[in-house]
Write a new protein. Structure first.
Length: 353
């Protein structure tokens, strides 16, 4: 039976400072990022000398609590995917700190890092390119089990059947190849591979961006079910604000390598404070024709600046309709304006005052 037919269809810093992003009571921090940077060098000339750098991630700080989903949103090129890769050490950080369960990942190398890999996994954006077309589904899912010596051939086969069932596929699919599946089914295979080692933390790097709209809700619902069943913690990266609202507990908004706003889902969508967040939010359709007809959209002029040459002051000042002189020269302070709602903008008043 086609699982896609039977599944449900409903659906930081401007400066390098560490902050307690939101009051979560006794909830335990699983991932903590502080002043994280990733700059890619620009090399030119015969001698390949560095003449600049692409500031993909330029000093961000946030925490992710056990069992929660932190959404990370922003335009293409804002540094979202690079952030996820640097946290997992798929890319080496240029500067800053990323800790997982109290372990400093930026200083962890070799065998020590390899032992942590089962606890940190990633679901990739394109299910077609992330699966080896020459391997069967069973081989793809079993690969992490073999790499980390989890069980023998018989127990691995049982685990494969169990994982396929968890993601809504039949064990009969185990000997097929990726090209025999639809995009949604391929992403389910990728999810099965990601949870094969019982991870604690999963980076979901735009896992629904390459899927048909009719399938996206099914995959998001599956991720929510797995989180409830397995106690997973997610960093959910996406440019689809409506879907992030459905799955996330808190949302961080990223622009040109920096986080400009972070708040709970309700606060961010009902009361966005940063002009960039307001513009993004105004573009999200409302399923009420009366409300939708009366809404005023904020259209941003121009394109996102080059991350190799970001503007001085607030990185958003070149497109902000409210920008003042100090926005072009002073970096806005990253501050809590009340109730764990953080924003980096000179023009936002402190609601807690």
């Amino acid at each position: 039976m086609n699982s896609e037919q039977t599944a449900e269809t409903t659906v930081d810093t401007a400066a390098d400072t560490t902050v307690d992003t939101v009051n979560q009571g006794d909830r335990e921090v699983l991932v903590s990022v502080s002043g994280l940077k990733k700059h890619f060098p620009i090399m030119k000339g015969v001698f390949r000398r560095q003449v600049g750098a692409v500031r993909a991630v330029d000093g961000i700080s946030f925490d992710i609590y056990k069992g929660e989903t932190l959404g990370l949103v922003g335009e293409s090129g804002s540094g979202k995917s690079t952030t996820g890769k640097v946290i997992l050490q798929l890319e080496q950080a240029t500067e800053g700190s990323a800790t997982f369960d109290g372990i400093e990942l930026t200083e962890t190398k070799g065998e020590e890092l390899r032992k942590l890999r089962p606890r940190m996994q990633m679901i990739f954006q394109d299910p077609h390119s992330s699966l080896n077309p020459r391997m069967t589904v069973a081989s793809i899912i079993a690969e992490p089990l073999r790499e980390h010596g989890k069980g023998n051939a018989e127990s691995q086969r049982k685990r494969i059947d169990e994982l396929l069932g968890q993601v809504g596929l039949s064990p009969m699919h185990a000997n097929r190849y990726p090209h025999e599946f639809s995009g949604g089914q391929r992403q389910r295979i990728g999810i099965a591979r990601a949870i094969a080692l019982n991870p604690d933390f999963v980076v979901c790097d735009e896992p629904i961006a390459a899927l048909d709209v009719s399938i996206q809700a099914q995959v998001v619902n599956l991720l929510e079910e797995l989180q409830d069943d397995l106690g997973l913690t997610y960093l959910f990266i996406s440019h689809d604000l409506s879907m992030v609202r459905h799955i996330a507990d808190r949302v961080a908004v990223m622009y040109l390598g920096r986080i400009v706003e972070l708040a709970t889902v309700d606060n961010l969508y009902d009361d966005p404070q940063h002009p960039y967040t307001q513009a993004l939010n105004s573009a999200v359709p409302v399923p009420d024709p009366v409300v939708e007809a009366s809404r005023r959209r904020q259209i941003l002029e121009g394109d996102i600046p080059s991350p190799s040459n970001p503007p001085p002051g607030c990185v958003f000042n070149t497109r902000c309709p409210l920008a003042e002189d100090r926005c072009r020269t002073e970096v806005p302070e990253w501050r809590d304006i009340g109730g764990g709602h953080y924003v980096a903008c000179h023009l936002v008043d402190d609601k807690s005052a």
